[in-house]
Design a protein. Structure first.
Length: 468
């Protein structure tokens, strides 16, 4: 049965007070301001109750039954939901008894896919406000304060740290607002005690400082067969691609400002183009707001700005052209076709945008926040609109003249391969299926060998020609 199929209205369990709690706790997690849950959400809850696999773990071939517990519906299908979907599909293909237990919550009411269009049919899927996980050997819970109100009873539980809220050194950030600040305060007040109630903690970024003695840092993985430089030819016109959500946390205002800057440069002399106004802080890691600049860069980059096209997934606006909703295959095509990916996020963990762009051999221009641990010739950092534009201009200059651009693309691909599914997934599988006492042993071995998680030694591949 498709996740898009119509169903009669209904409810699952007693969740009368939980929705209000969720609105307060989760409205900040990588999305725009929350809206009330609507009748469609309630109907979908009842639909999943009637799915043939709902309510029971599948398979008996695996000695370990695992529940993956995201705090958003998989149908929202952004970073965390894609991660859960890909992980569940690979686990079930490996014979692991795996289920997904999600909350019936889609920020803004945005359900981008049908769950059965993306999730393996052998994986049990159920949405409810409270989940009894007592039939499962292990639960992987996307951590938020009070998570155990919604996911409880598993024989062992791992808390997953996927949110900037637990990494940021600042209690208040204007792009988050009052409710997330309260959540941060709650985490700082009781998070350490609450996390110690889990058997282990997993973070996707080494920037997270965990209070739990059994903590492992394993980065996100990317399908390097799907995201690949040779998937499609490069665009004839120099193309800047932005794929993150259109919200301040992900720098959407900055993307628009960069696009406007290039549009103005292409239609006016450099001396006039310098008058583009600044935008709010692009990135700040400790209290100092870094403002968007208003200069126009050097004369060479001003001339080279002609013909720069800025595109985005979803709807466009102003000087940014919208590509509409893209399937995973179409998204991979877009990454491979673009000359550069622009990702001016203020909020991030281990960025899937950066991972997918690098796997596609596409250089990235991003921001110097704590979780953007990579900075090299393939991943360039800029703290203002001016710096971001300068980096894009440099890449444009190199691409036109064949001076250094292909070297950056090869380095990007090497960065992507360090996060490949073949490298990262086995570690996640061990995390979810090993005895609790064994969790982290492979990470400790890496540490003893001097290898930081997610930054394993890599070699730059030999050039196979230029990207065309």
């Amino acid at each position: 049965m498709s996740g898009r199929a119509a169903g009669e209205a209904g409810t699952i369990g007693d969740h009368s007070g939980s929705a209000d709690i969720l609105r307060s706790i989760f409205s900040f997690v990588g999305v725009e301001n929350d809206t009330d849950l609507d009748d469609r959400t309630e109907r979908r809850v009842s639909e999943y109750a009637r799915l043939p696999y709902a309510g029971r773990p599948i398979g008996s071939e695996s000695p370990m039954s695992v529940a993956l517990c995201p705090h958003l519906s998989l149908e929202h299908y952004r970073g965390g939901e894609k991660w859960v979907t890909e992980l569940a599909n690979r686990l079930v293909a490996d014979g692991v008894s795996v289920a997904v237990r999600a909350l019936p919550y889609a920020p803004g009411g945005e359900r981008r896919v049908g769950v059965r269009d993306v999730l393996d049919g052998r994986v049990s899927y159920h949405e409810a406000w409270r989940h009894d996980l007592s039939r499962f050997d292990r639960a992987y819970v996307f951590y938020n304060p009070l998570s155990k109100l919604f996911f409880h009873g598993a024989r062992s539980a791992i808390a997953g740290i996927h949110s900037w809220a637990y990494v940021s050194p600042r209690l208040y950030e204007s792009h988050y607002g009052a409710v997330p600040t309260a959540v941060k305060a709650l985490y700082r007040l009781a998070g350490a005690r609450e996390l110690r109630g889990f058997d282990a903690v997993h973070s996707v970024t080494p920037a997270y400082e965990s209070p739990h003695p059994r903590t492992v840092s394993i980065p996100n993985f990317v399908d390097t067969d799907r995201f690949h430089p040779e998937r499609t030819p490069l665009a004839e016109e120099f193309t800047v691609l932005a794929t993150a959500a259109h919200i301040p946390e992900k720098g959407w205002d900055t993307v628009r400002a960069v696009a406007a800057r290039f549009a103005d440069r292409s239609s006016a002399p450099a001396s006039v183009a310098r008058g583009v106004p600044a935008v709010p802080a692009v990135a700040g890691d400790g209290g100092t707001a870094i403002e968007g600049g208003s200069g126009g860069g050097d004369g060479v980059r001003g001339r080279d700005a002609d013909g720069i096209r800025v595109v985005t997934t979803g709807e466009g606006t102003g000087a940014v052209e919208g590509l509409g909703f893209l399937s995973e295959a179409e998204l991979a095509d877009a990454y491979s076709r673009a000359q550069v990916v622009l990702h001016p996020a203020r909020v991030d963990t281990d960025s899937m945008v950066i991972n997918e762009a690098c796997a596609s051999g596409t250089p990235v221009v991003t921001t110097p926040i704590a979780t953007h641990v990579r900075e090299n010739e393939a991943v360039l950092h800029g703290s203002s609109v001016e710096e971001l534009c300068d980096h894009v201009g440099t890449l444009r200059h190199e691409w036109r003249r064949g001076e250094g651009y292909d070297r950056r693309c090869r380095r990007a691909r090497a960065e992507g391969e360090a996060h490949s599914t073949e490298t990262i997934y086995p570690r996640l599988k061990r995390l979810l299926t090993a005895d609790v006492e064994a969790i982290g042993m492979d990470v400790e071995a890496d540490a003893e060998a001097g290898v930081e998680p997610g930054t394993e030694a890599r070699t730059e591949p030999e050039p196979a020609g230029t990207r065309t």
